[in-house]
Design a protein around this ligand. Structure first.
Ligand SMILES: [Zn+2]
Ligand SMILES: [Zn+2]
Length: 347
């Protein structure tokens, strides 16, 4: 049982000011569980939250894994000591959005969350998450660290499925950070014929090759759109996945996709971003723009299965680890991106 009643947790004070403070350990209800955090990934949306942009809900650290520390009296399915990964959002499955397949647009989905956040020694998992499949057991073969990447993988799977990737498609992934590298692996599993990867950082392009990219392009060294056209008989690729929030990347995507092709907006753009693009081109070239935000436990389960069966390598993405006390440095380091892929926070 808990002997102490306070713990360390990251708290956003104001813009660019995230502190690790002593806060009360959350009390759990009869149908809730308390998890002792063992590893939590730093996501692009954490960087955006620290900068005060809050496109997504303002809770830091959602790629959380750990060991069940306590269970409420009415929790029958989980036991203390089990190793789990927790998905932070769950849809209600009965509202208008859920009934029309837009589960991540459900009001309850965006409100539900772990408490206080994933960058904490312990976090409370609300009843809705416990009840509706958002707590997944980890087999002993899967480490906590690699399991932090299941959530981002689930988001990628949802984006790929929404984009309607077909066997033998040519796909361009813009951005070779952790997300881009997961996308490359998944696209190969989904049957893409060629996967092109672009990034301005050489070490990320090398990683892209390791993770299965067929061609890599550094837009600082060669014209990206021209290179893509040259490699696709002038057509452009069938699908582009924009795995970065950079505005320029969205423009490059629109120029690199073939007529009738699809652009998947995956990276969160900065709030207030507007594009200067001739909309008639989207019409006459029949370009589908498909945004994809977050994932549900459906994709989370698929992602975990792929990890457990060894179909994807998530371990190889983790390059830096920071202790919880240094969470601000962790987020800043991930934002700098100079020599890192996935940055994770450990207790
Ligand atoms: Zn994330
Ligand atoms: Zn709903």
């Amino acid at each position: 049982m808990l002997v102490k009643c306070r713990m360390k947790a990251a708290v956003i004070r104001e813009v660019n000011d995230v502190r690790v403070e002593s806060v009360p350990i959350p009390k759990i209800g009869r149908k809730e569980i308390l998890v002792k955090m063992m590893a939590c990934g730093v996501c692009g949306t954490d960087i955006e939250k620290m900068r005060g942009e809050f496109i997504t809900p303002p809770v830091l650290g959602h790629e959380a894994t750990g060991e069940i520390f306590a269970v409420g009296a009415d929790v029958a399915d989980f036991k203390v000591g089990e190793r789990v990964l927790v998905h932070h959002h769950v849809p209600c499955y009965i509202c208008h959005y859920c009934r029309h397949g837009s589960h991540t647009m459900c009001g309850e989905f965006q409100r539900s969350n772990i408490d206080p956040c994933g960058f904490a020694e312990y976090f409370r998992v609300p009843e809705a998450n416990v009840d509706r499949g958002a707590v997944l057991r980890l087999p002993s073969s899967v480490s906590f660290e690699e399991a932090t990447l299941v959530e981002p993988t689930a988001c990628c799977i949802r984006g790929i499925m929404k984009s309607g990737i077909q066997i033998a498609d040519d796909v361009l992934v813009i951005g070779a950070g952790p997300i881009g590298l997961i996308q490359i692996q998944l696209l190969k599993l989904f049957g893409a014929s060629r996967v092109f990867s672009t990034d301005v950082l050489g070490f990320r392009l090398e990683a892209a090759e390791r993770f299965g990219a067929d061609e890599t392009i550094n837009p600082r060294q060669e014209g990206m759109v021209e290179s893509i056209k040259a490699m696709t008989e002038g057509r452009g690729v069938d699908v582009v996945i924009v795995a970065t929030g950079a505005t320029e990347a969205i423009l490059q995507a629109l120029r690199s996709v073939r007529k009738g092709g699809t652009v998947n907006l995956f990276g969160a753009p900065h709030r207030g971003t507007s594009l200067s693009y001739d909309v008639s081109e989207i019409f006459i070239r029949e370009i589908s723009i498909i945004p994809s935000y977050s994932a549900t436990e459906l994709e989370t389960n698929i992602a975990l299965k792929l990890l457990v069966s060894g179909r994807i390598d998530l371990r190889g993405l983790v390059t830096h680890r920071f202790r919880l006390d240094r969470v601000t440095d962790a987020v800043k380091y991930a934002a700098g991106g100079k020599d890192c892929l996935k940055v994770i926070v450990i207790p």
